[in-house]
Design a protein around this ligand. Structure first.
Ligand code: NAP
Length: 334
């Protein structure tokens, strides 16, 4: 079988190696990987800005089918369609530091899924939502679950407005989950064509942050002067101050993004005036994943997949992610 093991950092070094198909240990299952989705984190791992031990099997998010069971596995069966979990030790509630330690993150401290077959503990997988294809299900573990939990933490209710920045994976999941709850969605993008696609998905107010410098004022006008009760802060860095300006008094900002940098100097008086809460996000637990899957099934929600590459095109797919050309998720199929 083929596995794209990283032996040196850099997209160019991601090349296939022939490997024996793994044999599952007693607590493991053998998964035939059918689809993967890409996240900004995968790029950071492959480029070496998030340190991992080499050789490393990258890519955090995948969906596949169980082909064989170790003799202690009772929770899954051959033929089950499954999805990876990013924090396999974080089962429910508030995690301990050990449960979310870097060493316990799929595709970072733990091996990822960029191989035709992987042998993983059965507890590192969940069944995929029945209404989704494996390709669609591969988008859930990081982007889907982060957006799901961001809406939970911001306590968004049906009559309220959520602001999402850009049209990447997390933002479009937040748009879809919010619309499924009957909320209003405001969305920004640098690209008018992407804004038009977001309106087709239900975005109520759209702003081009590159060509509409007054978009924050326009957002306030669109919300009767209140601003957005929830902001999904996928950009980070100094954009956090835009989110503080955009949030309504008493609102919530869920921050997960590092796209514009890992540091921000907060305009404290502006935050005080908003009496807003800022919440840091760390994807979510297995319990949250299962709650999200039930909601996806009951509302028959289908993730937005911008482009699908074949696994041998992994380098091209990563470069496209890096350039920010995509709308929604970038995926790969075997
Ligand atoms: N902490 C966590 O639990 C967690 C989980 C998931 C993701 N993340 C982080 O969250 C961020 C977003 O993830 P993602 O998977 O959604 O990324 P993504 O799919 O790569 O989306 C990025 C999009 O953000 C928009 N963007 C970039 N710069 C912007 C700016 N200055 N203002 C407004 N929009 C901007 C662009 O959309 P347009 O082209 O439409 O402008 C871009 O396509 C990343 O930093 C990722 O590492 C963190």
């Amino acid at each position: 079988m083929q596995a794209f093991q990283l032996t040196q950092f850099g997209i160019d070094h991601l090349v296939p190696h022939a490997k024996p198909t793994p044999v599952p240990a007693p607590h493991e299952v053998l998964v035939r990987v059918q689809a993967l989705s890409l996240n900004a984190l995968d790029l950071m791992v492959i480029q070496g800005s998030v340190p991992v031990k080499l050789p490393h099997l990258p890519i955090c998010d995948a969906a596949g089918i169980v082909e064989a069971l170790g003799n202690e596995v009772t929770t899954l069966a051959v033929g089950d369609e499954v999805t990876s979990v990013f924090f396999p030790q974080w089962k429910e509630g508030t995690p301990t530091a050990a449960q979310t330690d870097v060493s316990q993150r799929t595709g970072v401290g733990l091996p990822g899924y960029l191989a035709e077959y992987v042998a993983v503990p059965a507890t590192h997988l969940v069944r995929k939502p029945a209404n989704l294809t494996p390709l669609e299900a591969s988008t859930l573990p990081i982007a889907g679950l982060t957006a799901w939990n961001a809406l939970k933490y911001t306590q968004l209710t049906a009559d309220q407005t959520v602001l999402v920045h850009g049209t990447g994976g997390v933002s479009l999941f937040a748009l879809q989950f919010a619309k499924a709850r009957g909320c209003r969605v405001a969305l920004t993008s640098k690209d008018d064509a992407k804004l038009a696609r977001a309106r087709e998905l239900g975005a109520d107010f759209t702003f081009n942050y590159a060509t509409q410098p007054n978009w924050l004022e326009e957002l306030r006008d669109s919300t009767d002067g209140r601003g957005a009760e929830a902001v999904i802060e996928t950009v980070g860095g100094e954009n956090l101050n835009n989110s503080i300006k955009a949030v309504a008094i008493g609102g919530h900002i869920a921050i997960m993004g590092l796209l514009a940098g890992t540091q921000a100097s907060i305009n404290v008086p502006a935050l005080l005036a908003k009496q807003a809460r800022i919440i840091g996000m760390q994807v979510g637990s297995t319990e949250d994943f299962l709650a999200m899957s039930r909601a996806i099934e009951s509302s028959d929600l289908h993730p937005v997949i911008g482009q699908v590459y074949s696994v041998p095109e992994i380098q091209e797919a990563l470069r496209s992610l890096e350039a920010g050309r995509h709308f929604g998720k970038l995926c790969l199929t075997f």
